[in-house]
Ligand binder design. Structure first.
Ligand code: PXG
Ligand code: PLP
Length: 442
């Protein structure tokens, strides 16, 4: 460990932290200084079991040698090359490798640097696609209540989390929202995908009837909504959305920033549910969270619609300085190698039943009003303290951290999403931490 890592900065004021209660944090900071496999080490030398894969991104576990070496070598060989009108070999190699594992038919990849950028890219592709085909009236975008699609303007417009929207003005016009699919009165404590609620997909038909299909470009949903507190799609719901979109010529975008790269026990959520979208946004697990990267997958038909006009012309006026950055590509290739060697993109399938039983053993513990699970995702919903929403779950987070486990909370929901290398023993350890914490908090 270098000296730099051991030092705890003593002035925390300059850094405005993202999605953080800055003032509270700076009074009692929680600092991570190193990590290996399933654990972080804090600045006070404690080991913390990572129950959340960082922020749902470190799917292969921490500081994995293949990834570290790939980055080191690439940084020393070709650090950066212009992304526009220039290329370098590994970005093409990475695109091919990604297409190899993608759902059938998703055979082109556009690189970004985050999930939020992947979402903006996908929304622009959808609108641009229709226009390129001479169907330029299709500009509306349909999202869903409680959806999370990152924090940029397109993403918060189609997103449905009010705290992320209400401070920021009028957002994009021409956006509508379907209802979310969280039905605790019918589906509480369901193991896996819930039985009730597929009919909520018919709400899309109502929205189409209102606006007319000829004005709608795309529908965007998370196959499993993560950030909002883990909301699962009812049995048959995604299939219905697919049918309705196809029937009306509307593109279906799956935001797979969380569900991509093995989280559900299949490479993508599309594989798990057997539903192929037209566009798929990813980030996080593509590079194991180590170097920022996102990737948008598209069907050939969408890509090809842009490949018209004079050949010297740019076909899609969109891209980022760091699209396909060589070091990020190297990190992603090292990540894909690690996933492949260790079978991580499907490991969740074997572990899911064990994970499910362990989580549901928390039924009956204090405050627990629902438990949800799918693949290696779990959510434990707590009854809020009357008049003080979020406080109970946040104290669970603080207590768990004190005890040596990193969990994540949204509202009064505890969300768990460990690295895909977790062992059964570590699943027990994580769930026991949560059990003890639930017995300790008010
Ligand atoms: N789409 C989805 C479905 C996401 O989950 C994004 C887009 C945005 O990705 P970036 O890379 O711009 O953050 C996300 C990100 C949480 C949590 O605690 C979830 C996310 C990010 C941070 C925390 O649930 N999801
Ligand atoms: N702002 C300014 C002034 C720029 O010059 C650029 C890129 O050249 C950007 C924003 C966009 O940056 P990025 O391509 O990293 O998203």
């Amino acid at each position: 460990m270098s000296n730099r890592l051991k030092v705890t900065p003593n002035d925390l004021s300059a850094f405005w932290m993202p999605f953080t209660s800055n003032r509270q944090f700076k009074q009692a900071p929680r600092m991570m200084v190193s990590a290996k496999d399933m654990h972080y080490t804090t600045s006070d030398g404690r080991k913390i079991l990572d129950g959340t894969a960082g922020l749902w991104c470190v799917n292969a576990g921490h500081c994995r040698p293949k990834i570290t070496e790939a980055i080191q070598q690439q940084a020393a060989e070709l650090d950066y090359a212009p992304a526009f009108q220039m290329g370098h070999p590994i970005v093409f190699e990475l695109a091919n490798r990604l297409v190899d594992i993608a759902p059938k038919g998703m055979d082109h990849v556009f690189f970004t640097n985050s999930g939020s950028e992947s979402v903006e890219t996908a929304l622009k592709m959808a609108i641009g696609y229709h226009r390129a085909r001479g169907d330029g009236a299709r500009t509306r975008l349909i999202g869903r209540e409680r959806g999370y699609h990152g924090v940029n303007f397109g993403g918060i417009s189609v997103g449905g989390i009010s705290t992320n929207r209400k401070m920021f003005g009028t957002l994009l016009g021409g956006v509508d929202h379907m209802p979310h699919t969280h039905l605790p009165e019918k589906n509480a404590f369901t193991k896996g995908v819930p039985e009730h609620g597929a009919e909520l997909a018919n709400e899309l038909e109502r929205i189409v009837a209102l606006h007319d299909a000829s004005t709608i470009a795309a529908v965007i949903v998370e196959p499993v909504a993560g950030s909002t507190g883990v909301i699962l799609p009812p049995k048959g719901y995604l299939q219905k959305l697919r049918e309705i979109c196809t029937k009306h010529g509307i593109l279906l975008i799956f935001d797979e920033v969380i569900t991509g790269f093995g989280r559900l026990g299949t490479p993508f959520g599309a594989d798990y549910f057997g539903v192929t979208p037209d566009i798929m946004t990813t980030a996080k697990g593509v590079s194991n969270g180590v170097i920022p990267m996102g990737a948008v997958f598209v069907k050939k038909e969408i890509h090809d619609a842009f490949m018209t006009g004079p050949e010297h012309m740019i076909e899609f006026f969109h891209g980022y300085t760091y699209s396909g950055n060589p070091v990020a590509c190297a990190a992603a290739l090292g990540t894909l190698d690690t996933y492949k060697e260790e079978g991580l993109l499907t490991r969740g399938e074997e572990l899911a039943p064990y994970w499910e039983d362990a989580l549901h053993s928390l039924k009956g513990e204090p405050h627990v009003i629902d438990i949800r699970n799918i693949g290696l995702i779990g959510a434990i919903e707590l009854a809020p303290i009357p008049g003080q929403p979020t406080k109970r779950a946040f104290s669970a987070f603080l207590k768990a951290f004190e005890r040596g486990a990193l969990i994540r909370t949204t509202g009064d929901i505890i969300a768990l999403s460990p690295p895909l290398i977790i062992t059964k023993g570590q699943i027990n350890e994580l769930v026991d931490h949560v059990r003890e914490v639930l017995r300790m908090i008010d």
